[in-house]
Design a protein around this ligand. Structure first.
Ligand code: AMP
Ligand code: GLY
Length: 431
């Protein structure tokens, strides 16, 4: 079998790792563009993930049996549609369904129509109308760019004045380019965040074990928002328990998929619900993503029993029988992201990395912002450089494995949090 993975981050390295684990050694992997981690598992193709025509041509040239699409940008650009039109099975939603992530205004419209719990909101393209709405809004106010903004689009504003300035920057000054030409203004929700991902063909659902991301740069969840500094999986009850998962299935996934299908945008792939779970256990949707999470994937896939990849292929082939409602984690996993100095604003690149060859049996290192120079030296090449997943019987053991390994990897400016999974460990300590 020949499989092409599209993307080049930690998520795609983890997907490639799971595919290689789940299928016979004869399976051939390609990655576009991949990274030095995927290069150890297959062949990297020098093609941008968003170059739709080039990816389709590469899939043909390398006679890929299936294409697994990692990031949101190519999905929003219609890569899955283009592949299917070319007769190549693809895992990931078409552009119409990917709007659930690519347009927060559209996602809100779908959620309201489907009765999915979410913060009350209004969407605006006109600054004057947005400012009038903000003037009558309770504080804090959440202002979000509607379009794809690489994790920078949501701003929690303590005051109406901050919200007005944020809306002005997005709508009038173009601070986030096209992504901010429409904004969603919504109420602030309190609770605890949880990432729940489900594999789906638009009709059937297989919910993956829940994970928790750590979006803030600093320990104790302080500092600026990032793409994610670490994650762990599974999340213990009550937050991540069966009752909550059941509510997410019935109140979030099922109505959303039905509403998308009703609009002629049947969703197939993995649907990611970024939730704020309120004190009474209601799963409010903060955002949908049309893809696997990064770094959640690096914590979810390694803890699952081998075999998860077959679901992706069957969904891509339109011949899926999940056989169960949920997949459970066999082992706990904690993923620590090692970022470059200056992340998230201006990450330093080109710094040499010392990566020990053997970090032990319970550790997996996934590459993201790394590159090899001509001499073969591994160097930093992006904001999030590596993700280090530790596995164990408990989240505590997995956290220790992850941190010990993260400590042993060295590069100048290494920026990381030693407290990934702190909420879970505090809950476990208190229990
Ligand atoms: P989003 O990109 O919509 O997931 O937002 C990024 C982050 O902003 C979330 O992970 C939350 O921490 C925070 N956030 C977004 N929307 C809200 C909200 N309505 N209330 C409180 N926090 C929010
Ligand atoms: N970790 C958040 C995301 O993948 O969007």
């Amino acid at each position: 079998m020949r499989i092409l993975v599209v993307g080049g981050g930690g998520r795609e390295h983890a997907l490639a790792w799971a595919l290689k684990r789940d299928f016979p050694p004869a399976t051939t992997l390609f990655a576009a563009p991949g990274n030095p981690g995927t290069a150890q598992l297959g062949t990297n193709l020098d093609i941008s993930a968003t170059a739709v025509a080039d990816v389709v041509a590469a899939a043909r040239q390398h006679t890929a049996d299936v294409v697994i699409i990692g990031p949101e940008a190519p999905l929003a650009a219609g890569l899955a549609d283009a592949l299917r039109t070319a007769g190549i099975p693809a895992f990931g939603p078409g552009a119409a369904a990917a709007r659930i992530e690519a347009s927060k205004a559209f996602a809100k419209e779908v959620m309201v129509a489907a009765g999915v719990p979410t913060a009350p909101s209004r969407s605006f393209t006109d600054l004057a109308a947005a400012l009038r709405y903000i003037a009558g809004h309770a504080e804090p106010v959440v202002v979000k760019a509607s379009g794809l903004a690489a994790g920078k689009g949501a701003v929690v504003c303590a005051s109406r004045a901050d919200a007005a300035a944020t809306a002005r920057a997005m709508l009038a000054d173009g601070s986030l380019g096209e992504a901010g030409r429409e904004v969603v203004i919504e109420e602030y929700l309190s609770g605890e965040e949880l990432s729940v991902l489900a594999l789906t063909d638009g009709r059937q659902l297989l919910v993956l074990p829940p994970a928790q991301d750590h979006k803030r740069l600093g320990e104790g969840d302080t500092g600026p928002n990032t793409g994610g500094m670490g994650a762990y999986c599974p999340v213990a009850p009550p937050l991540g328990g069966d009752r909550l998962i059941d509510r997410v299935r019935r109140e979030v996934f099922e109505p959303t998929l039905q509403e998308l299908a009703r609009r002629g945008a049947t969703y197939s792939g993995v649907l990611y619900a970024g939730l704020m779970v309120s004190a009474d256990g209601t799963p409010y949707v903060l955002e949908f993503n049309c893809r696997f999470g990064d770094p959640e994937t690096q914590a979810i896939l390694p803890g699952l029993a081998p075999g998860v990849s077959q679901h992706l292929l069957d969904i891509a082939h339109g011949a899926w029988r999940p056989g169960q409602d949920t997949l459970r984690a066999q082992r706990a996993a904690v993923t620590t992201v090692l970022a470059a100095r200056g992340y998230p604003d201006a990450p330093e690149k080109g710094v040499a990395i010392t990566l020990p060859a053997d970090l032990g049996p319970d550790v997996l290192v996934f590459h993201a912002g790394t590159a090899r120079d001509q001499a073969g030296t591994l160097r930093t090449a992006g904001g999030r450089v590596l993700s280090v997943t530790g596995l164990g019987g408990t989240v505590g053991q997995a956290a220790r494995a992850s941190r010990t390994a993260a400590d042993r990897i060295a590069f100048d400016g290494k920026t990381w949090r030693r407290d990934i999974a702190w909420r879970e460990l505090r809950r476990a300590g208190a229990a």
